[in-house]
Design a binder for this molecule. Structure first.
Ligand code: SAH
Length: 261
């Protein structure tokens, strides 16, 4: 973009800002298919099954009416109760890490709009070769959101077929009743404000993997995986054995907080 000269700097900067804004609007995906294409092009969506799921589940079905014209924008949108439907690129990134497969038993913590739960229900219910059809349990602490998510899902038939179940409750302790899970995905961030003391008595910040609630780790099968936000990171935890976990962290995201209780 050309430099603004001193003479008309204010006007010039305003014009440039408008150009940037207009470019954003012109570039915004207009259909669910275009959104999926954008996520593939930008390298967020990779696996064929997840690509099919993103195409099959229409984000517009999970967005309030007043934002329908922005349903395919790559940013979070307000869904009421001071919560948001997550940004598409973040959802794609986390779901690629989760790598869910047909036939799996999955826990989704923080239903929100139900969009992530719907994508997962599509994935686990694809033909897995055997008779084992997977299941998604999606838990949300705000009853109103859980109810509207259920409405959003109606046309897809997953609930009727017993593939997807919504629970109202506190997911910070997981959901024991349907455990163990092959995978656990979380849509709200574990908070990182507190500082722990190391065994030597020094103050230190715990590694992100250590902040994952023990209940989630316990409810995971050996060989299973948790993908959860911790502060501004996405953390992947693999359960190697009953006692052994391995984690890695991806920095630079933004999430609503996980609220206990
Ligand atoms: N995956 C969602 C986005 C979720 S936003 C989607 O596709 O729309 C995170 C959600 O987590 C919010 O709805 C918030 O109410 C919920 N949440 C926060 N703390 C929670 C807790 N302890 N248990 C269950 N849900 C929680």
């Amino acid at each position: 973009m050309p430099q603004c000269t001193a003479d008309f700097e204010g006007l010039c900067l305003l014009y440039q800002a408008m150009e940037v804004g207009l470019h954003k609007i012109r570039a915004m995906a207009r259909t669910n298919k275009e959104l999926a294409e954008e996520l593939i092009r930008d390298g967020y969506l990779k696996s064929p099954l997840l690509i099919r799921a993103f195409r099959a589940i229409n984000r517009k079905d999970f967005v309030p009416k007043e934002f329908w014209d922005e349903a395919y924008g790559n940013y979070p949108l307000d869904i009421g109760e001071r919560q948001t439907i997550s940004q598409p690129l973040t959802v794609a990134f986390m779901l690629e890490l989760l790598s869910s497969q047909p036939g799996e038993n999955i826990l989704d913590i923080g239903t929100g709009s139900g969009w992530v739960a719907a994508i997962l229900a599509y994935v686990v219910s694809q033909n897995s070769g055997d008779q084992n059809v997977g299941r998604v349990i999606s838990i949300e602490r705000i009853k109103k959101l859980s109810e509207s998510a259920e409405k959003n899902l109606r046309k897809y038939g997953f609930i009727k077929k017993g593939i997807l179940k919504f629970i109202v409750g506190d997911g910070s302790r997981g959901y024991e009743a349907e455990a163990p899970y092959d995978k656990i995905i979380v849509g709200a961030a574990v908070q990182v404000a507190e500082i722990r003391r190391s065994p030597e008595g020094r103050r230190r910040t715990a590694a992100a993997g250590e902040r994952i609630p023990i209940a989630w780790k316990k409810q995971l099968k050996v060989g299973g995986r948790i993908v959860a936000p911790v502060g501004n990171s996405v953390v992947v935890v693999d359960k190697i054995s009953e006692k052994k976990f391995r984690s890695r962290e991806y920095f630079g995201f933004s999430f609503v907080p996980l609220v206990k209780g």
